[in-house]
Design a protein around this ligand. Structure first.
Ligand SMILES: Cc1cc2nc3c(=O)[nH]c(=O)nc-3n(C[C@H](O)[C@H](O)[C@H](O)COP(=O)(O)O)c2cc1C
Length: 204
C-alpha cells in the first residue's frame, strides 16, 4: 500500500442554489495554468462519489444495489499539497492513496487522442471499474448498470465543479489499452471506463 493523504473535511451544507448550478453547467476544455487546492479536490471527490450515509453503500451518487463498482482514480498534475502522480480515492477514509509518482500529463494526452486538456488540467478523474462487483449480483444486466452508475458520478463532478466556479470536461475518447496501461489495469477485471478533467477557468 502506498502512502495515504487524508483529505480535508468536505462541506456538506451551503454552496450555490442547485437550479442555477444545473443551468450554468457547461463543458469547459480550456484551463488557466493555476493549480487546484487540496480542499477543492476533497470537495470534488466527495461530491462525485463520497460517503453521505451508511458506509460503504450510501454515497453522493446512486449505484445499482449499492454495489459501487467504480473506484475513482485521481491524476494530480498540479494539486497543492499532493506530489504529482496517480492516486486511488477511498470514500470510506476520505483519503487518497498514492499509487505512483510522476508527471502523467503528456502520456495521458497521447493516450486520449491528443486532447490537450488531459495535460493542461490540474486534476484528471478516472473511474476504474471492477465489473464483477455488479455482475456477480445482476449478471449481464449489471453491465448496463455500471455505465449508468458512472453517469451519475460524473454528473455530480460536473455540478460540483460548476458550483465551485471550475471547468469540467467528460472524456470518453481514448485508447482503452493505453489508458489502462497508465493506471496499471488489465482492462478486464479492472478497466477505466470514463474520465473527466477539472481545471480553473481562464481569466479567473
Ligand atoms: C460520455 C461522454 C463522453 C465525452 N467525451 C468527450 C471527449 O472525449 N472529449 C471532449 O472534448 N468532450 C467529451 N464529452 C463532452 C461532450 O462533447 C459535451 O458534453 C457536449 O458537447 C455537450 O456540451 P455540454 O456538456 O456543455 O452541454 C463527452 C461527453 C459525454 C457525456
Amino acid at each position: 500500500m502506498g502512502e495515504t493523504v487524508m483529505l480535508p473535511r468536505p462541506a456538506r451544507v451551503g454552496g450555490l442554489p442547485v437550479w442555477g448550478v444545473i443551468k450554468e453547467r457547461r463543458t469547459i476544455r480550456q484551463y488557466s495554468g493555476d493549480p487546484l487546492a487540496l480542499d477543492v479536490v476533497s470537495q470534488l471527490l466527495w461530491a462525485s462519489s463520497g460517503v453521505s450515509g451508511d458506509a460503504p453503500h450510501l454515497r453522493t451518487a446512486p449505484s445499482a444495489g449499492g454495489r459501487h463498482p467504480a473506484t475513482t482514480m485521481l491524476v494530480a498534475n498540479r494539486v497543492t499539497g499532493l506530489t504529482p502522480g496517480i492516486y486511488r480515492y477511498s470514500p470510506d477514509q476520505h483519503g487518497l492513496e498514492l499509487v505512483s509518482r510522476g508527471d502523467y500529463g503528456d502520456t495521458l494526452v497521447d493516450a486520449c487522442s491528443g486532447q490537450n486538456m488531459l495535460g493542461s488540467a490540474p486534476a484528471v478523474f478516472a473511474w476504474n471499474v471492477e465489473p464483477e462487483r455488479t455482475t456477480s449480483r445482476y449478471g449481464d444486466r449489471g453491465k448496463r448498470y455500471i455505465l449508468l452508475d458512472l453517469g451519475h458520478a460524473c454528473q455530480n463532478l460536473h455540478l460540483a465543479a460548476t458550483a465551485l466556479g471550475l471547468g469540467c470536461c467528460s472524456i470518453g475518447a481514448y485508447s482503452d489499452d493505453r489508458v489502462n496501461g497508465i493506471f496499471g489495469l488489465d482492462g478486464k477485471a479492472n478497466a477505466v471506463l470514463y474520465m473527466a478533467t477539472v481545471g480553473v477557468l481562464e481569466g479567473e
